[in-house]
Design a protein around this ligand. Structure first.
Ligand code: GLN
Length: 187
């Protein structure tokens, strides 16, 4: 059974746990660095990246996460989780800074401008529902980064080898396919 950690400092943690368990994974709530031992993969949920960064510092998780990412642990960042992974964040210092993408925060207006769309993703499937909540987008990607989905001319899902990042929240829908893609093809 694959053992997948979910960074559990803040944000949409429970929804990811439910989805991973529905896909037959064992899950670990990651709050302290001891929880990172023996993981096959890690999900970084959505929430608020600036709050998560403070908590990453407080719980001394930033360096261990960066090291694990550099060692090749598969990681999937959704929304704020993508911001945590990005090597560059527009107008902001980066955080874990391992995924070769530039992201811009809050690219779709304010909280009230949250919306849902269906995405056709060639590598994964058609009509995949995606919930955007004060979502970031990927401004540009480095060489070797695969753009998997765009919406409205903006990159919203990309893969940099063992690192996957999306602008939206697949875990707030009942469609398992994006998380399943991570768990079955990357972990
Ligand atoms: N706007 C948030 C941030 O900058 C991300 C929003 C989300 O994760 N739904 O961190």
């Amino acid at each position: 059974m694959k053992k997948i950690g979910v960074l559990a400092l803040q944000g949409a943690v429970r929804e990811h746990v439910n989805m991973l368990e529905a896909l037959g994974c064992q899950t670990v709530l990651v709050k302290y660095k001891e929880h990172l031992e023996g993981l096959d993969g890690l999900v970084l949920p959505g929430g608020e990246s600036t709050t998560m960064r403070k908590l990453l510092n407080r719980y001394e998780l930033l360096e261990p996460l960066r090291t694990l990412a550099q060692q090749g642990l598969p990681m999937f960042g959704t929304c704020a989780g993508l911001i945590l992974l990005a090597k560059e964040v527009v107008d902001h210092d980066p955080h874990i800074a391992v995924m070769d993408v530039v992201v811009a925060r809050n690219s779709y207006g304010r909280q009230v401008d949250s919306f849902e769309v269906d995405l056709n993703i060639a590598a994964i499937g058609d009509a995949i529902p995606a919930v955007f909540i004060r979502a970031p987008h990927i401004v540009s990607v480095g060489e070797g980064v695969e753009v998997l989905a765009e919406h409205d001319g903006k990159i919203v899902l990309a893969r940099d080898g063992h690192l996957l990042g999306c602008s939206f929240h697949p875990e707030l829908t009942t469609d398992l396919r994006i998380v399943e893609y991570f768990v079955t093809t990357m972990v």
